[in-house]
Design a protein around this ligand. Structure first.
Ligand SMILES: Nc1nc2[nH]cnc2c(=O)[nH]1
Length: 160
């Protein structure tokens, strides 16, 4: 990475950190994020879980939703996500679905754990070491594949 690129990365990360600190003053969680889309526009998000009564309103998800809504696109190929903290599995999944190409973060899951957040614990679940946190069961139903059959035969579908 060139010195210029590293400087730009750190500027966006510092922006995400400032958003996170301000969000605490505003009564929200200590997380901020910035998505820079391929056209160079900047889309910001802060954690809104408690204010919006929305457990999925993590800063990264909020920033991704804003970027997608502002660009009127669900595919954010060519974008970069800058996060004040390591994205949790929810945020990483949203990032993958948005087709964002790169992620930079400042604090990590262990810092989040020290502040009382479960990011590191949920990583353990996805690594397979805490299966008791959430039992997930596969039920055999005759109609299970019907939605996919309908999708495959739908000629004007919008793939994503
Ligand atoms: N990265 C991240 N971790 C979290 N853990 C709880 N909320 C958040 C959030 O908004 N972002």
């Amino acid at each position: 990475m060139s010195a210029h690129d590293a400087q730009q990365r750190d500027e966006y990360l510092n922006r995400a950190i400032r958003l996170a600190v301000q969000n605490v003053s505003d009564g929200g969680g200590p997380f901020g994020a910035v998505v820079v889309t391929a056209d160079g526009t900047v889309h910001e998000g802060v954690n809104r879980v408690t204010r919006d009564h929305d457990p999925t309103a993590h800063a990264e998800v909020v920033a991704i939703r804003r970027a997608a809504a502002e660009l009127r696109k669900f595919d954010l190929t060519g974008s970069v996500l800058y996060a004040s903290c390591e994205p949790c599995p929810l945020c990483l999944s949203a990032t993958l679905w948005a087709r964002i190409g790169r992620v930079y973060f400042a604090a990590d899951r262990h810092g989040a754990a020290r502040a009382g957040f479960d990011d590191a614990v949920f990583y353990e679940y996805f690594a397979g070491s805490r299966p008791e946190l959430l039992p997930v069961e596969h039920a055999q139903l005759a109609a299970a594949e019907d939605p996919f059959e309908a999708w495959k035969h739908h000629t004007r579908r919008t793939s994503y």
